[in-house]
Each structure stands twice: as structure tokens, then as C-alpha cells.
Design a protein. Structure first.
Length: 222
């Protein structure tokens, strides 16, 4: 992967005026070139076209992560999505570093699916996710909570319940939101299970989690 060439392309397409509201939206945590997601995908496409034919280039990922501009972290995440078939449990420590460095919801909400994909193929990773669910780092906990999103009938409900219960009774917005999302997503597949979970744990659940979890459940049930 040619990091310098990608950096040069993004610099050429920088839009300082557009970068201002993008930085404000992210609470000024990151610098931006001012390149929107659709345009960024188009600019990255030639670089990623044949990427999956080669092993994962972790130097490229780390160069992207070290850059101050958020678009390069987005590029690294898109690259890792393209490389899913090559990712194994041995890559979990590297992904943990990405979760805990330059952390925010936008990166966590892609890394949860990437980690979740590895865990689905290699269930031994579930032990790591259980450990993350009680970690002091809220982003590791958020990834653990939401790593089964979109699994539908492949959801490990025992694991989901344990991880969520490890995070009940907290005031952290990003954790309570993640709990709600995990339950809401699974309610599309198994509403009875989600309703039963709510009935058993309602007294410990934040209002935000309850509101999100019940979005697709019958009003009279929730």
C-alpha cells in the first residue's frame, strides 16, 4: 500500500472551508482535509482495488492512524474492511491499539464490526471481548457491546447478555447508547428475547438504553 501517494491525493483534494464544520461536528477532536465520505471512498478506490490479494499492510494502517487528519483514519478502516478475510485472532492486539488511540464513536463503530467478524470466524476471541466488557477504557467496552451487530440468527445471546450486564447501571452516554443499539438490532431478529431481557433488567437500564432497545418492539410490550 502506497501511503505517501494516498496522502498526496487527499492533500490535493482538501477543502479547508468544508473542513471547518466537519471539525466542529467532531467537537474539534481531529483535523480534517474537508473530504466527505463518498468522495473519500472514490479517492481510495484505486488504492484498495487489489489490496485483498496481498497480506495486511499494517505499516500502511499505522501511518494512516498516526496522521492528524481524520480522513486517513477513515481510509485505514475502509482498508481493513477490505482485508477482513486476512484478519485473524493474532491481529486483535493491533486492533485493540486502534480502538484505544484517537478514540471516538466514528472509529469504534467500524472497528466493532471488524473485530466482530474475526470473533464470528474464531470464537476463541469471545474471551477477549468478555475482558474488554469490563475494561476501564469505554471504547473497548463499546466495541464489546456492539461487536455482534447485524449477526441476526448467528447472535450468541448468552455472550450478548453477559457483556451488556457487565455494563448496566452506568452513566456513560456512549455505553448506554451502545447497549440500546445492540438490543435494538437484535430485536429485529428475536423481539421476544429482547423483551425478556428488558423485563428482567429494566431496573438497571438507563432510559437511553431502554428507548433505543424498544424502538422496534410493540409499544404495549415495552
Amino acid at each position: 500500500m502506497d501511503y505517501p501517494a494516498l496522502l498526496a491525493v487527499l492533500q490535493q483534494h482538501a477543502n479547508p472551508e468544508r473542513a471547518v464544520p466537519m471539525q466542529a461536528y467532531m467537537k474539534h477532536r481531529f483535523a480534517y482535509f474537508g473530504i466527505g465520505k463518498p468522495q473519500l471512498a472514490l479517492l481510495c478506490r484505486p488504492f484498495f482495488k487489489d489490496a485483498a490479494k496481498q497480506p495486511v499492510d499494517w505499516d500502511f494502517v499505522h501511518h494512516c492512524w498516526d496522521d492528524p487528519h481524520r480522513e486517513l483514519q477513515y481510509a485505514a478502516l475502509e482498508y481493513l474492511k477490505k482485508m477482513q478475510q486476512h484478519l485473524t485472532p493474532q491481529n486483535i492486539p493491533r486492533l485493540q491499539t486502534l480502538i484505544t488511540e484517537k478514540s471516538w464513536w466514528d472509529s469504534a463503530d467500524v472497528l466493532d464490526r471488524i473485530v466482530g467478524g474475526i470473533a464470528l470466524r474464531h470464537p476463541e476471541v469471545n474471551a477477549v471481548l468478555l475482558a474488554w466488557s469490563t475494561d476501564d477504557n469505554i471504547w473497548l467496552r463499546r466495541v464489546a457491546i456492539d461487536h455482534q451487530l447485524l449477526r441476526k440468527h448467528h447472535t450468541d445471546t448468552a455472550l450478548l447478555e453477559t457483556i451488556i450486564c457487565n455494563n448496566l447501571g452506568q452513566k456513560e452516554f456512549f455505553i448506554n447508547k451502545a447497549i440500546g443499539w445492540a438490543l435494538r438490532d437484535y430485536s429485529k431478529t428475536n423481539p421476544a428475547w429482547v423483551q425478556d431481557f428488558i423485563d428482567r433488567h429494566r431496573h438497571k437500564m438507563a432510559k437511553l438504553s431502554l428507548r433505543e432497545a424498544g424502538k422496534y418492539l410493540p409499544r404495549e410490550a415495552t
